[in-house]
Design a protein around this ligand. Structure first.
Ligand code: SF4
Length: 216
């Protein structure tokens, strides 16, 4: 890379945004729906998450009270389209249990935690790793967390900004240290990187016509 990383990251955002504009993430109507989506999207495409959320909505289960009294087996059946449904049902039931027992069943109480405490809390939940925790922080909590995923690691390493094996936390720090602390920017940037990964920066990159081609 022939320019400082902070300039590269800002210029990359500018190019992606100039090309594609606002991405209108996260698709979810409530904080709970966003949190469910963050778990359901693990290892699956978003269209499958939408089908699972649709089934939950159809069964009037997009609230903590119903999820709390629903059996794990029933929940697994409802979220079947999202794949790994038995495991994800256990994760969701665990999340609901913590919120009901430790936060009075109120997301408002959970989200009163400051960002480091909230992140630590989320990471203590079964099935919630750094990417899921940061998605919840950013999209449900509107906190300045940067979500790192496979697409982020791929485009950055291809442009010499990190090694393929860089840790999740070091990459997140790279973004948060290099960019202004701005929730809207972090939200939009992650969404644009996902689009970049889907349209150009595949396993076999299609650099021709890519908004970041000029940075190679
Ligand atoms: S497709 Fe090519 S130009 Fe685009 S981000 Fe990936 S490596 Fe860079």
């Amino acid at each position: 890379m022939d320019r400082p990383i902070n300039l590269f990251l800002q210029s990359s955002f500018d190019s992606l945004f100039a090309q594609w504009g606002e991405q209108h993430w996260w698709p979810g109507e409530t904080r709970l729906e966003i949190m469910l989506g963050a778990i359901l999207t693990q290892n699956t495409a978003w269209k499958n998450v939408e089908r699972a959320i649709f089934t939950l909505r159809k069964n009037k289960a997009l609230n903590l009270q119903t999820l709390e009294k629903t059996s794990v087996e029933q929940l697994a059946e409802w979220i079947r389209p999202a794949g790994y449904f038995n495991q994800k049902a256990i994760y969701i039931k665990g999340m609901v249990k913590v919120i009901c027992e430790q936060f009075d069943g109120l997301l408002d109480h959970l989200f009163t935690l400051d960002t480091p405490a909230l992140r630590k809390e989320l990471l203590s939940w079964k099935g919630v790793g750094p990417e899921t925790a940061d998605s919840i922080l950013l999209y449900a909590g509107k906190r300045p967390a940067f979500v790192i995923d496979t697409y982020t690691r791929r485009f950055l390493s291809r442009h010499g900004g990190c090694s393929e094996k860089a840790s999740y936390d070091s990459l997140a720090k790279l973004f948060t240290d290099s960019l202004p602390e701005n929730v809207t920017l972090f939200n939009e940037y992650h969404a644009l990187i996902v689009r970049l990964g889907k349209e150009h920066c595949h396993t076999h990159p299609q650099c021709k016509g890519c908004p970041l081609e000029a940075f190679l």
